[in-house]
Ligand binder design. Structure first.
Ligand code: NAD
Ligand code: TYD
Length: 342
């Protein structure tokens, strides 16, 4: 099976590529623009694999996408490429609309033109908006995105589902909760706190730290995507999550404990604008119809994630410089924090 993965040089995409290559009859082409969030080091271990190749182009480049799909027939597309960070989308949403909305439509149209059998669109629980203290997101929950990031992802989901309804294109949509694990870009909560901890820097906790996320280990997400690809029904949405709700304060406390750091590491900073209070996924449809079961447990997988960042300092130190450092200082200063002072 020939699979086109988009965004394979990013965090989740790199785990998906590695998971796909475990299937003996799968060949992977990775379409990735290598933005600030992409990193060749994320797939250095498979770079020489003859069943893997990287194609350097943007999903927003209609001609490049058309040429690629005209040259090679793909059996499936797994679409992960996106601008993915909420805080960056609050600074400016245009790149989010271009990549997440226009890029998705360009890919959908090319996949239709060249008769790709299946299009797996990888989305997020953030499209459902925010929950109060009770309830879970089901596939029937209304889409009520609150950030430019989640609004652009919701737009891309609707385009994917419209392609199914209008043209009968074989499209499957997945919506997953927050991921954690190796190779996650250190602008996101867990790798930011781990790497700041290793550098002796403070942990900026937004607001009162009571916001809740439903955390899933990235390899469990990659497995769910494989299952959705081979077992999912066209036109269907599948929510993916690990029934693992934690407040941000709880995540910080667990990490302090694993890393042997003091409570004064955590510094409360003013809240993110429009900060969603709680995300929580009901994954029963994916369990029932795809046979999805997360294999990794939070305490264990989080401790192994900390170990990975400890052992791969060269990976994140190379990232935490240049463009990233500029974003980091600008962003946390704008919240009134002093990001350099431990
Ligand atoms: P990431 O930011 O780590 O990686 C994104 C990748 O896409 C990078 O390799 C980047 O170079 C590439 N890319 C960006 N714009 C591109 C473009 N125009 N053309 C081609 N490539 C481009 O993102 P991630 O955290 O791995 O998320 C991957 C997908 O999963 C996204 O669609 C995201 O919405 C979704 N998702 C993420 C999470 C999470 O917790 N991280 C949870 C649920 C869903
Ligand atoms: P993040 O990793 O950005 O993922 P998302 O916003 O997509 O859920 O943030 C996870 C949670 O952690 C979210 O509630 C915001 C919070 N957060 C902080 O408290 N401090 C930080 O420096 C960051 C980046 C996030």
């Amino acid at each position: 099976m020939r699979i086109l993965v988009t965004g394979g040089l990013g965090f989740i995409g790199s785990h998906v590529v590695r998971r796909l290559l475990q299937e003996p009859d799968v060949e992977v082409t990775n379409l990735d623009a290598l933005t600030y969030a992409g990193n060749l080091a994320n797939l250095a271990d498979v770079a020489e694999d003859r069943r893997y190749r990287w194609h350097h182009a943007s999903i927003t480049d209609e001609e490049a996408v058309d040429r690629l799909l005209a040259q090679t027939h793909f059996d499936a597309v797994i679409h992960l490429a996106a601008e993915s960070h909420v805080d960056r989308s609050i600074e400016g949403g245009v790149p989010f609309v271009k990549t997440n909305v226009a890029g998705t439509q360009i890919l959908l149209e090319a996949a239709r033109r060249y008769q790709v059998d299946r299009f797996l669109h990888v989305s997020t629980d953030e499209v459902y908006g925010s929950l109060g203290t009770d309830g879970l997101f089901s596939e029937e929950s209304p889409l009520r995105p609150n950030s430019p990031y989640s609004a652009s992802k919701a737009g891309s989901d609707l385009l994917a589902l419209a392609a199914f309804r209008t043209y009968g294109q074989d499209v499957v949509v997945t919506r997953c909760s927050n991921n954690y694990g190796p190779f996650q870009f250190p602008e996101k909560l867990i790798p930011l706190f781990i790497t700041n901890g290793l550098e002796g820097k403070p942990w900026p906790l937004y607001g009162d730290g009571k916001n809740v996320r439903d955390w899933l280990y990235v390899e469990d997400h990659a497995e769910a995507l494989w299952l959705a690809l081979v077992r999912g029904k066209a036109g269907e949405v599948y929510n993916i999550g690990g029934k693992n709700e934690r407040s941000n304060r709880d995540v910080a406390d667990t990490l302090l404990n694993i890393m042997g750091l003091g409570a004064d590491t955590v510094v409360l900073v003013p809240d993110r604008l429009g900060h969603d209070q709680r995300y929580a996924i009901d994954p029963s449809k994916a369990e029932r119809e795809l046979g999805f079961r997360p294999k990794h447990h939070w305490d264990d997988a989080l401790a192994r994630t900390v170990d990975w960042y400890r052992q791969n300092t060269h990976w994140w130190q190379a990232i935490k410089s240049g463009e990233y450092l500029e974003f980091y200082h600008r962003h946390y200063r704008s919240l009134g924090a002093r990001p350099d002072e431990p």
